[in-house]
Design a protein around this ligand. Structure first.
Ligand code: ZN
Length: 250
């Protein structure tokens, strides 16, 4: 258990005063774990400190991401002071999660989870495919920097998934789409299996997320070991372009 002062001392944390001021009375007696659950995404002008991040469990961090998505869907996103977040995070970053998302311009992880500067690592590549560089980035995020959640984030109507289904051949894109193709035969689906059928495209995208999770565990003993120890959680989710909802799928 820590007091408010532990979290606010230090020059970089001055910008959090307005948020913490509202909770001053209660913080001295509330266990940090409970207190910190409201820190990931609702602090208006601060960034996660190491103590705050480290006090959260992987499950609590996933809960915070879900709450952030609820705020996004409800149009009640946190009013942020990005300059203050920039100042607070410049001396060091302590992100709670690493998200592997799609290149798609409509799926910005920081926005759909309503997170601030310094809250989450985000790697984006078409089709949210797992490759060596992304694995290395995730190993840095969790093994070196201390993030506790790996989230593979697919989405509906994914153009990369459609490209894989349609067997598109185009320059370097061909090799990228090859990483998605195993999801096609692995998808059990009743109905028309073509890119004209949106539910089919989404089913393949969902499989692609699940296979991505398998691939992370298989190809990264570091992350697999951290997961087995309970230090991190490796999770998958699908974002719905129409509703804005993030559905955790694995
Ligand atoms: Zn996509």
């Amino acid at each position: 258990m820590r007091t408010r002062n532990d979290e606010t001392l230090g020059s970089q944390s001055l910008g959090r005063r307005d948020f913490l001021g509202a909770t001053l009375g209660a913080c001295a007696i509330i266990p940090l774990g409970r207190f910190s659950r409201v820190q990931l995404a609702t602090s208006r002008s601060g960034s996660l400190t190491k103590e705050q991040r480290d006090s959260m469990t992987p499950s609590q961090i996933i809960d915070e991401l879900k709450k952030g998505n609820e705020r996004f869907r409800a149009g009640k996103m946190t009013q942020r002071d990005y300059l203050a977040e920039k100042r607070a995070s410049a001396p060091g970053q302590y992100p709670a999660a690493v998200v592997l998302g799609c290149l798609d311009s409509r799926v910005p992880a920081e926005i759909i989870f309503d997170t601030g500067i310094g809250d989450a690592f985000v790697g984006r590549v078409a089709g949210n495919v797992v490759n060596d560089d992304m694995l290395g980035s995730m190993e840095f995020a969790c093994g070196v920097s201390g993030a506790k959640v790996v989230l593979v984030l697919g989405h509906t109507a994914c153009g990369a998934v459609k490209g894989a289904i349609d067997d598109v051949v185009l320059g370097n894109l061909t090799g990228l789409l090859a990483r998605i193709k195993p999801a096609i035969p692995a998808t059990k689906f009743e109905g028309e299996k073509s890119t004209k059928n949106a539910p089919y495209v989404d089913a393949v995208a969902r499989t692609n997320v699940l296979l991505g999770l398998d691939e992370i565990r298989r190809r990264s003993p570091i992350l697999e070991d951290l997961e087995k120890k309970g230090t991190i959680k490796i999770a998958g989710a699908m974002y719905n372009l129409s509703t804005g909802n993030v559905d955790f799928v694995g």
